[in-house]
Design a binder for this molecule. Structure first.
Ligand code: AP5
Length: 208
C-alpha cells in the first residue's frame, strides 16, 4: 500500500479528519506541524530554527522539513505507507517525496478563506491526548475529554495576524501542488465547509 496526503489550507480540518482516516486505513499520521512543535518543545536545533518561521506564519525551509520526513519514514510503522498531514507544502517537497514513497491519494479539504480565521482562532486542543476541539463548532464534551484528563491548550500561532500570513503562504507556495497532483491523477477534493461528519463520509468514500 502507498501513502495518503491530507491537503488543504491552515484550519481546513486536516488534523480533525486524520483520526477517522487512521482508524479506517491503519496508516500512521505524519504531521510535520506536530513534529516541528515537538522539536521546539525539546529545544533541539531544528526546533530553534523552525520557531522563528512558525511564529510569523511562514513556511519552514524545505531542507529542514525533508530531513524530518526522511528520518520518520525509516521508522518501522512507516513501512506500509503513512498518512501525511500538512506535508508536502511546496513543489520541491512533493518532488522529493515522490522518491521516498508512492502517493495513492491526495485528499484536499476545501474551505474558503473567510471561514479559516474563525476556525483557527477558536481552536482548542487537549494537552493530554491531542484531541482537537473548537470553542463554537466542536465543543469539548460536557462529560469532559474521552481521555479523562482535559488540559486546555492553544497554539502560539493561532492568532489573527499569523493566520493571514499562513493563508498567504498557502496560496503562494502550497496551492500550486493541487495542479501538480492533478497531473499525476491522484488528486481528489471535498467541500470542507460543512459538518465534520459530512466531510468525513466524503473522505472515507474516496478511499473505499
Ligand atoms: P500545521 O501544524 O501543519 O498547521 P496548518 O497547516 O496551519 O494546519 P492546522 O493544524 O492549523 O489546521 P488543520 O487543517 O489540521 O485543522 P484542524 O483539524 O485543527 O503547521 C504549522 C506551521 O508549521 C506552519 O505555519 C509552518 O510554519 C510549519 N510547517 C508545518 N509543516 C510544514 C511543511 N511541510 N513545510 C514548511 N513548513 C511547515 O481544525 C481547525 C479548527 O476547526 C479546530 O478547532 C476544529 O475543531 C475545527 N473544525 C475542523 N473541521 C471543522 C468543520 N468541518 N466545521 C467546523 N469546524 C471544524
Amino acid at each position: 500500500m502507498g501513502s495518503i496526503v491530507l491537503f488543504g489550507p491552515p484550519g481546513a480540518g486536516k488534523g480533525t479528519q486524520a483520526a477517522n482516516i487512521m482508524r479506517e486505513t491503519g496508516l500512521p499520521q505524519v504531521s510535520t506541524g506536530d513534529m516541528l512543535r515537538a522539536a521546539i518543545k525539546a529545544g533541539s536545533s531544528i526546533g530553534l530554527e523552525a520557531k522563528a518561521y512558525m511564529d510569523r506564519g511562514a513556511l519552514v525551509p524545505d531542507d529542514v522539513i525533508l530531513g524530518l520526513i526522511q528520518g520518520r519514514l525509516l521508522e518501522d510503522d512507516a513501512k506500509n505507507g503513512v498518512m501525511f498531514d500538512g506535508f508536502p507544502r511546496t513543489i520541491p517537497q512533493a518532488e522529493a517525496l515522490a522518491d521516498l514513497t508512492t502517493i495513492t491519494h491526495v485528499l484536499a479539504i476545501e474551505v474558503p478563506d473567510e471561514r479559516i480565521v474563525e476556525r483557527i482562532c477558536g481552536r482548542v486542543s487537549c494537552g493530554a491526548c491531542g484531541a482537537v476541539y473548537h470553542d463554537v463548532f466542536n465543543n469539548v464534551p460536557s462529560s469532559g475529554c474521552p481521555c479523562g484528563t482535559f488540559i486546555e491548550k492553544r497554539r502560539a500561532d493561532d492568532n489573527e495576524s499569523t493566520v493571514q500570513n499562513r493563508l498567504h503562504a498557502y496560496h503562494e507556495q502550497t496551492s500550486p501542488l493541487a495542479a501538480w497532483y492533478q497531473e499525476r491523477g491522484v488528486f481528489h477534493a471535498v467541500n470542507g465547509d460543512r459538518d465534520i461528519n459530512a466531510v468525513s463520509q466524503d473522505l472515507l468514500g474516496l478511499l473505499n
